[in-house]
Ligand binder design. Structure first.
Ligand code: C2E
Ligand code: CA
Ligand code: CA
Ligand code: CA
Length: 273
């Protein structure tokens, strides 16, 4: 069976010790990742389909492990959530992303992912406010991306946090929309600034009537609630055409740009397509 950290765990087999040891080792290595400077952020453009301009960049985390090389966030974030290292990592990510975005033109936002574990932590608002102050980034240039699982665990607390972020001027997007539970309910009850349609729907948009129907439904939902919709995972011109003809507001994906290190970002005037 696959565990949440993506390692294969074989119960009652001789190599179980081996794999448990590997996991413990990785957890202990992760503890040193922040102080040792092994974490990096890459940035991927988000483009407005109405104006053709880049509206901002999503920060995506990478771990350069000294022995194992590059490790995906889908492998180490769940581990960090289990060990509690997610708090130090999350603070580092926010600090780094805000400090970086401070150098960008003021029209550009930076989007930062928040783990559900991190989102429900005490003192989150105060620490984020302090990081914004310290980096000098205007709160209205920060967008937080949260998934539904962050919301449904403790709805009252989530709503309280969302309202406080919004009062500070920070915007909040719902990520991976369409893959969780009670999506319609969540959208009504929570004041999101953006809906990000999960990339799995776009991947099948040209071949599956169902996937296309879901995209259309989310777009019409966004329109009726006046929440802009961003489609993730745009890889081809065909997919872009679908989004344009359906009136999608924003898009993100390899077609527009892969996640890239900050120094190589194409920051000045957005290139029209
Ligand atoms: P996500 O937030 O849904 O991020 C989008 C993922 O899709 C990223 O994977 C991105 O590189 C990838 N992607 C972008 N464009 C395309 C495309 O056109 N096609 C395909 N197939 N994929 C595309 P990545 O960077 O491996 O991140 C995976 C997940 O790890 C993220 O999913 C997010 O849930 C988590 N993550 C990444 N950075 C952070 C972070 O700083 N903090 C937390 N808590 N989670 C993070
Ligand atoms: Ca995201
Ligand atoms: Ca997503
Ligand atoms: Ca995801």
């Amino acid at each position: 069976t696959k565990s949440s950290i993506g390692l294969t765990v074989c119960f009652f087999e001789p190599d179980m010790d081996e794999s448990a040891r590997a996991r413990r080792q990785l957890a202990s290595d992760l503890r040193h990742a922040v102080p040792s400077g092994e974490l990096r952020l890459l940035y991927q453009p988000q483009r407005s389909l109405k104006t053709g301009e880049i509206s901002g960049y999503e920060a995506l985390l990478r771990w350069h492990h000294p022995k194992r090389g590059l490790i995906s966030p889908t492998e180490f974030i769940p581990l960090a959530e289990e060990t509690g290292d997610i708090f130090a990592i999350g603070d580092w990510v926010l600090q780094e992303a805000c400090a970086e975005a401070r150098h960008w033109p003021e029209t550009l936002k930076v989007a930062v992912n928040l783990s559900p574990v991190q989102f429900l932590q005490d003192g989150l608002i105060e620490r984020f406010r302090a990081i914004l102050l310290q980096t000098g980034l205007s709160p209205n240039r920060l967008e937080l991306e949260v998934t539904e699982s962050a919301i449904i665990t403790d709805k009252l607390r989530a709503l309280h946090y969302l309202r406080q972020f919004k009062a500070m001027g920070v915007s909040v997007a719902i990520d991976d929309f369409g893959t969780g539970h009670s999506s319609l309910d969540t959208l009504h009850a929570f004041p999101f600034d953006k809906i990000k349609i999960d990339k799995s729907f776009l991947l099948r948009a040209e071949t599956s009537h169902q996937a296309l129907a879901i995209i259309r439904t989310v777009l019409s939902l966004g329109r009726s609630l006046s929440i802009p919709v961003l489609a993730e995972g745009v890889e081809t011109q065909g997919q872009l055409q679908v989004l344009e003809s359906e009136g999608c507001d924003e898009a993100q994906g390899y077609y527009f740009g892969r996640p890239a290190a900050a120094p190589s970002l194409d920051l000045p005037d957005a290139v029209n397509f």
